[in-house]
Ligand binder design. Structure first.
Ligand SMILES: Nc1ncnc2c1ncn2[C@@H]1O[C@H](COP(=O)(O)OP(=O)(O)OP(=O)(O)O)[C@@H](O)[C@H]1O
Length: 310
C-alpha cells in the first residue's frame, strides 16, 4: 500500500509535483498515466526516498521508505533499468545486491528463472538488449520478495513479446496480493494492463479510479440510435444535460441518457427503433480529453494522439 498526502516537489520555480494525494492498494495493478514531464518519475522517486518532498509526505506499507528495516522486502523498484554496472554479469549484479541485503543466493536463482534470464545470466550486462535490461531491472526489484512493486515505464522500448511478458508478470504479482504501481505515458498500454488509474498532468492528479470509470467520466457513454422517426425521437430525448447529434439520416448519437432510458421513451411514444447501441469511449479518447490542457511540450504539427503521447 502506498499513501501520499499533499505530496509536493519544487525544483526552483518549477513545481514538478503539486500537492497530490493518492492511495495505491494491494491486490491490483494501479497505472500512473500522464504525458512526458507530468511528474510520474518524481513522484515515484519520492515514494522510495530518492527525492525529498518539498512538502507533504508519503508512506509505503505504513511507514516512510527510509524507516523500513528491510526495504527490499517491502518495496521493489524499477526506476532506470540502465543504472547497472555494465561490466558485471546479471548474476553478479543480483548477487551483489542480495549480499548487501542479507538475501540468499537461492533467491537470486529464483528471480533469474522468474524473469527468464537463465540463458544470459552469466553474460555482461553491457551487452544486454533493452528487453533483457528491463527483465534484469524487474528481477532486481523482485529480489526481496517485496509486497509493493513500483515500476517506472516498465514497457518502454520493449518489443511486443516483452510487453506481453511484463503485462502477465504484473498481473500475477497483483493476483498474489501485492501492490503494483506502474507508470506509462501510453494509454493503450494502461488500458490493457491496469485495473485502476491515477492520471497526472503538470504535477496534479487529473482523475483516478477503475479504468472504465475513468473513461466513462471523461467521455460519457454515447448511445447510437437508429429509427425511421429519428427527428421525433430527437425531440423526445433532448434535455438539460443531454446532447443529440444527427450522425446521418435516421441515426442519432445521444449523450447524457442511457440506452435503457432512450428505449423506454421510444416505446412509450410508439417509436420504432432499428438500433440502440451504447458506444463506450476508448481510454485513448478519454486521455486526450483529460490531458489536452496538461501537456507540457507540444509540437506545432502534432496529430491529436501524438500530442498526448509526447
Ligand atoms: N532534477 C530536476 N531538476 C529540475 N527539474 C526537474 C528535475 N527532475 C524533473 N524535473 C522536471 O519536473 C517535471 C516532472 O518530471 P518527471 O520526470 O517527474 O516527469 P514524468 O512524468 O516522469 O515524465 P517522463 O515520462 O518524461 O519521465 C518536468 O518538467 C521535469 O523537467
Amino acid at each position: 500500500m502506498i499513501e501520499a498526502h499533499d505530496l509536493t516537489k519544487r525544483y526552483g520555480d518549477k513545481t514538478a509535483v503539486d500537492r497530490i494525494s493518492f492511495t495505491v492498494r494491494p491486490g491490483s495493478v494501479t497505472g500512473f498515466l500522464g504525458p512526458n514531464g507530468a511528474g510520474k518519475s518524481t513522484t515515484m522517486r519520492m515514494v522510495v526516498g530518492l527525492d525529498r518532498p518539498t512538502a507533504g509526505h508519503v508512506t509505503v506499507n505504513g511507514k516512510p521508505y527510509a524507516q523500513h528495516r528491510k526495504p527490499l522486502s517491502e518495496v521493489g523498484i524499477l526506476l532506470d533499468a540502465k543504472a547497472v554496472h555494465t561490466s558485471r554479469s546479471a548474476y553478479q549484479h543480483l548477487r551483489a545486491m542480495a549480499a548487501t541485503h542479507g538475501i540468499s543466493t537461492t533467491r537470486v536463482q529464483e528471480v533469474i528463472e522468474m524473469t527468464g534470464l537463465q540463458a544470459v545470466a552469466r553474460k555482461r550486462v553491457g551487452g544486454f538488449s533493452l528487453g533483457m535490461g528491463q527483465r534484469l531491472g524487474i528481477a532486481a526489484a523482485m529480489l526481496g520478495d517485496p509486497r509493493t512493486l513500483i515500476l517506472d515505464e516498465p514497457v518502454n522500448g520493449l518489443d511486443p513479446e516483452g510487453v506481453k511478458w511484463v503485462r502477465t508478470m504484473v498481473r500475477r504479482l497483483a493476483d498474489e496480493g501485492r501492490t503494483v504501481f506502474l507508470s506509462s505515458h501510453l494509454m493503450s498500454e494502461m488500458a490493457q494492463t491496469a485495473d485502476h488509474l491515477l492520471v497526472i498532468g503538470r504535477g496534479r492528479i487529473i482523475t483516478s479510479g477503475p479504468v472504465q470509470e475513468v473513461i466513462d467520466a471523461a467521455q460519457g457513454t454515447t448511445v447510437r440510435v437508429r429509427s425511421p422517426r429519428a427527428s421525433d425521437l430527437a425531440a423526445l430525448v433532448r434535455g438539460a444535460q443531454v446532447t443529440v447529434s444527427p450522425a446521418e439520416p435516421g441515426l442519432l448519437e445521444v449523450r447524457g441518457r442511457t440506452a435503457a432510458e432512450i428505449g423506454d421513451l421510444a416505446a412509450a411514444s410508439g417509436i420504432a427503433l432499428h438500433e440502440l447501441t451504447p458506444v463506450r469511449a476508448s481510454l485513448e479518447d478519454a486521455y486526450l480529453t483529460l490531458t489536452q490542457d496538461e501537456v507540457e511540450y507540444r509540437s506545432e504539427d502534432r496529430t491529436a494522439t501524438e500530442g498526448a503521447r509526447r
